[in-house]
Write a protein that binds this ligand. Structure first.
Ligand SMILES: [Zn+2]
Length: 524
């Protein structure tokens, strides 16, 4: 295939002699390592740059005596990467079934609070049964020997309840959820284009008795006992050779009714996470990969003493390691040290700092640097300091718009012109007319955790007032529009000097010193 010589249009005349693909190849990469910031798109490469958190083995646990647990992580913190690594590991054992529970069709619900256990069990039973039929379809599987007559009748009754009348969205959901099954599963269901009832007719025929699901009679009681049916399906799966079943719950906050709202997101799974009887079913375990904003709700409603949880927090060193491993994977071993791509080594530190230790945000910043460097000087084999700084500034602007969706409210942020302040100071700076107006502006920021009370400021002849500081460096940077990136870092950012702490915090250090919020060390 001929290479495109003039293909990439960037609006910059200099770049017309080289394509961005060539630029990326010249740097040493096979393809752009920062093209995707979502683990779902990188399943192939994930093994090579996955960094196992300390607790990873605990989450995997003993598959033959599995327990349910929860992993909390910030958005972009690598939940999906962990889920995929569990899926991959399950795939190595023929007797472990992993079902990915991520694609919800909530069209029948008006509001998120209406979602109940009935919904989850119906959906899960559907998926478990598809996995079951896939399993018994194997020609070497002796169906009539493994299951007695009444079990076989029960199996077809379950199929009638859960698979006869499925929503239009189900085939796609099933493909997404059961992708860990052997590849022939897709053949078998012909990508689920064939109605499942026909497939079951074929399977049952091959097992000696053709079954037409539409003729199967079921009683109301059986139809309504979803939980008992779940327990029984687990037993059937066990008899068919699955000794362990993992249900991997992910993307709870990415559904149309849950969005950015922690409380709504928790509503989606609250009935599931509260049901200890289900969570402690032998041979079955649930692994919840949750946005950490759901933690307060889960701690209150679920049973932390019975369902253990783990927090995914990245350290500075782990992030750098992840970036280097990623470069190595995408360059087939050529670039082992990501830092070597930078003209100035402090640029890499800045990327990590402005990612707030989120792998996804690091990848987003790096992707921007690639395209900015290409625009500025595609002949360079390193990223220049000014390109990195500019990319970080652009990223902050983009991130601030995502965090504060309301444009007027975001404008107020840029008017604060400081990183730590009291409400009275903002009134004096004319951000708004009076204290109540300022409170209205900053309330959503404190609720979302972008702004935090950091202490009291004493005043002469008046009572002390609260002092606030931004918790997110991207917002802190946007709040000081008159400063360059260099000035901002010099005046507003400190890293605690205590070796065991090393916390970053953002304050108006140019006005006065502030102690470390974690260990109270004074940092000049
Ligand atoms: Zn400290």
């Amino acid at each position: 295939m001929a290479r495109r010589q003039y293909g990439y249009v960037s609006g910059n005349i200099k770049s017309t002699i080289m394509t961005i693909e060539q630029f990326i190849n010249n740097l040493g990469f096979e393809i752009n390592p920062f093209q995707y910031s979502n683990a779902d798109k990188e399943v192939e490469y994930l093994d090579s740059y996955f960094i196992k958190p300390d607790y990873f083995e605990d989450v995997w646990g003993n598959p033959y005596n599995p327990v349910s647990n929860i992993v909390y992580a910030p958005r972009g913190g690598g939940k999906t990467a962990q889920r995929i690594m569990i899926e991959k590991r399950a795939k190595e054992s023929k007797d472990i079934l992993a079902i990915t529970y991520t694609n919800h069709d909530l069209s029948e619900f008006k509001k998120i609070e209406d979602i109940n256990l009935h919904y989850h069990l119906t959906y899960l039973n559907r998926l478990l049964l598809v996995a079951f039929f896939n399993r018994i379809n194997d020609t070497s599987f002796d169906f009539n020997f493994t299951f007695n007559f009444s079990e076989r009748q029960y199996i077809y009754k379950l199929a009638r309840i859960y698979l006869f009348d499925t929503p239009a969205s189900f085939p796609n959901q099933a493909i997404q959820s059961l992708k860990t099954l052997e590849d022939y599963a897709v053949d078998l269901w012909k990508g689920f284009k064939e109605p499942i009832t026909n497939v079951i007719k074929q399977i049952s025929k091959s097992k000696g008795l053709e079954v037409d699901l539409s003729k199967i009679e079921i009683d109301k009681k059986l139809e309504l006992s979803h939980k008992n049916n779940t327990f029984n399906i687990i037993q059937l799966l066990k008899k068919s050779g699955y000794n362990s079943i993992y249900i991997l719950v992910d993307k709870v906050d990415e559904q149309n009714l849950t969005g950015n709202n922690p409380s709504a997101s928790f509503s989606l799974i609250s009935d599931l996470i509260k049901d200890l009887e289900l969570l402690e079913t032998p041979n079955l375990s649930f692994k919840f990969f949750l946005w950490d904003a759901l933690k307060p709700f889960a701690v209150e409603a679920a049973r932390p003493d019975r369902v253990f949880s783990y927090d995914l927090r990245w350290t500075w060193i782990q992030i750098i390691e992840m970036l280097s491993k990623r470069s190595e994977a995408y360059s087939r071993g050529k670039i082992k040290n990501f830092e070597s791509l930078f003209e100035n080594r402090k640029s890499l530190g800045r990327i990590v700092l402005f990612s707030e230790l989120s792998p996804r945000d690091c990848v987003r910043i790096c992707n921007r640097i690639l395209s900015e460097q290409f625009k500025e000087n595609p002949n360079s084999l390193k990223f220049s300091e000014s390109v990195v700084d500019r990319s970080i500034e652009q990223f902050c602007r983009e991130k601030a718009q995502e965090l504060i969706v309301n444009a007027t409210n975001l404008k107020h942020l840029t008017k604060t012109n400081s990183v730590s302040f009291t409400i009275e100071e903002l009134v004096a700076a004319k951000v708004a007319a009076d204290s109540p107006a300022i409170r209205n502006i900053i309330n959503p920021w404190t609720t979302a955790g972008y702004l935090k009370k950091i202490g009291l400021v004493e005043r002469k002849n008046a009572k002390s007032v609260n002092e606030y500081a931004y918790q997110d460096i991207r917002l802190a940077f946007m709040a000081t529009p008159t400063l360059s990136l260099d000035q901002f870092i010099k005046e507003k950012v400190r890293r605690c000097k205590t070796d065991t702490c090393k916390t970053f915090y953002y304050r108006d250090f140019d006005r006065k010193p502030y102690d470390c919020p974690e260990c109270n060390t004074e940092n000049e």
